[in-house]
Design a protein around this ligand. Structure first.
Ligand code: AMP
Length: 513
């Protein structure tokens, strides 16, 4: 089925209710959203000559037109290529070329860059700026009926964030998107037409995917005017909209937890905060639960299985009397309803609970492969299971705890050290605001542990003191050999710490200290 059917349906059934909002202001009712979608679809076909299956890139910051563009693409039977708009122009060019995008829908902020690409990216025939004159023309076309699509047809090429190597486009089919949406209802939250989703994170990524079950149910999609996460603005939106959910990376949750406008805000309209995409540290989660109460749900997923591998439910977060509550808070929860999840060894043999191996996933939500990357697809999907590259273990109750990605593992003198446990230990020190632990080549031990620390206050904590904190909870050999005190950690566009940059920085230091 074609997800654009949802917009069409609500356009008929609830024409005057708000569908899209620009901050506190209604941008479109369902009737308007449905008409603009069907009209722009006709324009994409007639004005731009696109035929079902053609790829159309969206290079826009979050704005209501983003969702109009996305659903117009689907309405016309086209394949959307949502591109992270904060990428460098060369990276955008790569994705447009690799996906063979014929048209790019963009906004004023990116128009100059994207228009230049029409000359250099072979497949790209046109750039359309929304809002803008040509977009207005497209959305004023005579509406066209919805184009029928099959479950296995591609709908969204999801380019991975690429903390290593070139990004690859996970081909997400209509079936994958439908399963991800249904499994949201099964494992995260039911959604009603009285609810809303605030797109505080990029629509090109998790927030857009979590937006789908909301559109399916007729909830309002609210795009913050700032285009991002701002405490004052979120507080104001919580007064304006009801049943609010939003998706945020752990770094954003941490920022909001410490934001005075959030701590002072009335949270009655806040329904659920879904966090994931990177590790959430226990100390930060406990602080967030203190501010937000039992409204937090964690998801673990990746673009290849659109944000659907495991979840730690709101009920799990609230179950404070459970003897394993704290361990569970450090886990990523249990397998989602629509997938099988296993932990396997190097030969893909399933490992029992308690043993650490690679996490593999199978189910209807898993992509059929990467776009035009047969070798990488075969490798990732060998034996019919998606190999996530993540390392973890199940406990007896089925809760999965992730270690680090295999490339981040530090091997010191033959002993495995998971940076995460060192990071968790250091975060217990009140003087540590944020921390990232990486390995550095070491002539004696093979690798040495180095911690990059961002102080929580004005002064950097004392290294001996940090050592003492580590020794309270982890083995002596895991303790950092060196500390680097920094103002901030390098993060990518999704707020994930890029450890590669830290390793690089250490390699470029004149002498090991
Ligand atoms: P992406 O496809 O860009 O969203 O990246 C997916 C990767 O982010 C996963 O393979 C994990 O390494 C990491 N990730 C996602 N969710 C979580 C989570 N809840 N906790 C820790 N890491 C996560």
């Amino acid at each position: 089925m074609n997800p654009a059917v949802w917009v069409e349906r609500h356009g008929r059934a609830r024409p005057d209710d708000p569908a899209l909002a620009d901050g506190e202001r209604v941008h479109a009712t369902w009737a308007t959203f449905a008409v603009r979608t069907a009209a722009a679809a006709a324009g994409l076909r007639d004005d731009l000559g696109l035929v079902p299956g053609d790829r159309v890139a969206i290079v826009m910051r979050n704005r209501p037109e983003y969702l109009e563009a996305l659903f117009a693409i689907w309405h016309a039977g086209l394949v959307a290529v949502p591109v992270n708009a904060r990428l460098h122009r060369d990276e955008i060019a790569y994705i447009l070329g690799h996906s063979g995008s014929a048209v790019a829908l963009t906004d004023a902020d990116h128009a100059d860059d994207v228009e230049l690409l029409v000359d250099s990216v072979e497949s790209l025939r046109a750039a359309v700026v929304a809002p803008g004159e040509r977009w207005d023309r497209l959305t004023a076309s005579a509406p066209t009926p919805l184009v029928e699509r099959q479950a296995q047809d591609p709908a969204w090429l999801f380019y991975t964030s690429g903390t290593t190597g070139r990004p690859k486009g996970a081909t997400l089919t209509n079936r994958n998107l439908l399963m991800a949406s249904l499994s949201y209802f099964a494992d995260i939250d039911p959604v009603s037409a009285q609810d809303s989703i605030v797109h505080a994170a990029p629509i090109s990524h998790g927030s857009g995917l979590y937006g789908l079950p909301h559109i399916a149910r007729g909830a309002v999609s609210v795009v913050p005017h700032s285009g991002g996460v701002d405490g004052d603005e979120i507080a104001a939106l919580l007064q304006r909209w009801k049943g609010v959910s939003f998706f945020a990376a752990p770094t954003m949750i941490k920022r909001l937890t410490g934001d005075p406008s959030i701590t002072a805000a009335d949270l009655a309209n806040l329904k659920t905060i879904i966090y994931g995409g990177a590790p959430m540290y226990l100390a930060d989660l406990e602080a967030a639960l203190g501010v937000f109460g039992p409204r937090l749900a964690q998801i673990y997923g990746q673009g290849e299985t659109p944000m659907t591998i495991t979840a730690l439910s709101k009920a799990d977060h609230a179950d404070v009397d459970h003897p394993n509550w704290q361990e569970r808070l450090q886990s990523v929860g249990t397998a989602r309803t629509d997938v099988e999840v296993r932990v396997v060894d190097d030969e893909d043999n399933e490992l029992p609970a308690g043993e650490v191996g690679e996490v593999v996933v199978r189910g209807e939500v898993v992509m059929p492969g990467y776009w035009n990357e047969p070798e990488a697809s075969a490798e990732a999907l060998r034996g019919g299971w998606l190999h996530t590259g993540d390392v973890g273990s199940f406990d007896a109750g089925g809760y999965l705890t992730l270690r680090d990605r295999s490339k981040d593992l530090i091997i010191r003198g033959g002993m495995n050290i998971y940076p995460r446990e060192v990071e968790e230990a250091l975060l217990r020190h009140p003087g540590v605001g944020a921390v990232a632990v990486v390995g550095r080549p070491d002539p004696e031990w093979g690798e040495a542990v180095v911690a990059f620390v961002v102080a929580s206050g004005a002064a950097a904590p004392d290294a001996d003191d940090l050592d003492r904190t580590c020794l309270e909870s982890i083995a002596r050999y895991k303790r950092p050999k060196a500390y680097r005190f920094v103002d901030s950690l390098p993060t990518n566009n999704y707020g994930k710490v890029v450890k590669r940059d830290l390793r690089e920085q250490l390699r470029n230091e004149p002498e090991h200290g």
